[in-house]
Design a protein around this ligand. Structure first.
Ligand SMILES: NC(=O)c1ccc[n+]([C@@H]2O[C@H](COP(=O)([O-])OP(=O)(O)OC[C@H]3O[C@@H](n4cnc5c(N)ncnc54)[C@H](O)[C@@H]3O)[C@@H](O)[C@H]2O)c1
Length: 439
């Protein structure tokens, strides 16, 4: 049934008037350009296509292992949890809830879904589309409420598993309240390392601009810390990046409002960073002008701040430098080949290991960095990026047993089902079997 529902929903989302409707609806509540909103609809549509026909059935493929005697065999099953909850943030109002909701349903669970209330109209409309495509209305509960109410609902209803996507602060609170029955997709302070082999400067600068500033930096995968090898530091990469960042404009939402930080709090953060010896403003650092964005939101120009590596590693600066600013804000630093171990230690100390990019085509360099880091979604190679994971890449943090994933069959199986082994043992009991001595 879910294969059929997915096929119909994928077809509907592929109709230009439907995809345009959802892209515009996303734009109304989550500030991003039309192109970025369309990409969200496109990924959702492709995901649904991936689980048409018998693909849902195959997700629950079991296996059998022969036993010790005739009639005995063990069967490993992917088993649903039953009652489950899904909590999703504001920044991907369609993609995150649809992918997680369908994953929960594909594996046989009964989910209650709560999307950030600022943006939940998108999912409300999508649920109506899914109902039209055959989703039984009683299969999903959809609740619109604030975080506190949801917290109470979870504690009282006691779902067997909750998937939380959002900030680390709320993630940690829920992990305690729900006694660990939770999987997390939490904050990302995502890094990119440019290796010693300089090539394709324009391309690399463009990817850096997209990674740091598309959706005004409000992607959990956004580039927050860029390490440039000294070979890159001596190119015009930063000035190219500056040029690209300055092309962004409010009119088409290639830069726009920040929903969870005010302008003042981002500029304050910048001031604190600029007090670190040797740090400097590379570009941005000013409020956006000529707009009517309410002051409870943030509006700043794409911003980059240089902080020397020697200062980043100091205990007194580390927390400040690696604080996630969910906006168009990044730290840039540089390193010499001899400082690579320091760079790697800096990464190791981070608490969230979500996405990363190692921009190099030098296999030994890649090996060194990948072998000593743990990020769940790591792009490696000259074209490496931190953002833009499509439905066919696992996306999720690593290095934490609570870490969830989204999108791929592996992610769905891991998050939305548990392993169950049934050992069939039909007999026959051997002829002339006698009760043995007690053991
Ligand atoms: N890892 C990922 O895949 C991923 C994806 C997107 C966003 N994020 C992260 O999400 C954050 C931004 O999103 P946000 O500001 O909406 O996050 P948030 O943690 O404030 O809110 C996320 C969701 O949790 C709800 N919520 C808040 N308090 C709650 C509580 N006590 N109990 C139950 N639910 C509660 C909110 O209403 C919302 O629906 C960033 O830190 C970003 O990195 C992570």
């Amino acid at each position: 049934m879910y294969g059929d529902i997915s096929a119909k929903a994928a077809h509907m989302l592929s109709l230009p008037k439907v995809s345009d409707f959802f892209a515009r609806l996303i734009q109304r509540v989550s500030p991003k350009s039309y192109h970025q909103a369309c990409a969200e609809v496109y990924v959702t549509q492709k995901f649904l296509e991936n689980f048409c026909g018998d693909q849902v059935r195959f997700l629950a493929r079991s296996f059998g292992v022969p036993g010790n005697h005739l009639g005995q065999q063990s069967h490993g099953f992917r088993w649903p949890y039953g009652p489950v909850a899904i909590i999703t943030p504001f920044n991907f109002p369609l993609e995150i809830p649809v992918l997680q909701l369908m994953g929960a349903l594909y594996m046989g669970n009964k989910p209650v879904l709560k999307v950030d209330s600022k943006v939940s109209i998108v999912m409300e409309q999508m649920l109506r589309l899914l109902h039209t495509c055959g989703l039984p209305v009683e299969d999903v509960d959809f609740i619109n409420c604030d975080g506190k109410t949801m917290n109470k609902l979870l504690q009282e209803a006691n779902p067997r598993m909750t998937l939380f996507t959002g900030s680390s602060r709320v993630a940690e609170k829920l992990a305690g309240d729900l006694k660990g029955r939770i999987k997390l997709e939490d904050a990302g302070f995502d890094w990119k390392i440019l290796g010693p082999d300089v090539d394709q400067e324009d391309y690399v600068a463009w990817v850096c601009d997209q990674d740091a500033y598309a959706c005004s930096g409000q992607k959990c995968s956004a580039q927050s810390l860029l390490f440039m090898h000294e070979n890159w530091a001596s190119t015009s990469l930063v000035s190219k990046l500056k040029g690209l960042a300055e092309r962004r404009k409010l009119e088409d939402l290639t830069i726009g409002p920040v929903l969870t930080f005010t302008t003042e709090s981002m500029l304050d953060h910048m001031k604190q960073l600029l007090e670190i010896p040797g740090s400097k403003l590379l570009f941005g650092g000013k409020p956006l002008e000529g707009h009517s964005i309410p002051s409870i939101y943030g509006a700043i120009k794409p911003t980059a701040i240089y902080v020397p590596l020697e200062e980043i590693v100091k205990d007194k600066n580390y927390e400040l430098v690696t604080k996630e600013i969910f906006g168009p804000f990044q730290i840039i630093t540089d390193y010499k080949s001899s400082q690579l171990p320091t760079v790697l230690d800096t990464l190791e100390k981070m608490h969230a290991h979500l996405t990363a990019a190692v921009v190099s085509n030098d296999p030994l360099f890649l090996q060194e960095v990948i072998g000593r880091s743990v990020n769940g979604t790591t792009y490696a190679g000259l074209r490496a990026r931190t953002t833009g994971a499509p439905q066919n890449h696992w996306f999720g943090p690593s290095g934490d047993p609570r870490g969830a994933g989204i999108g791929t069959p592996e992610a769905i199986k891991l998050v939305w089902s548990c392993h169950r082994e049934v050992i069939y043992d039909f007999g026959p009991v051997p002829n002339r079997w006698e009760i043995p001595p007690s053991t």
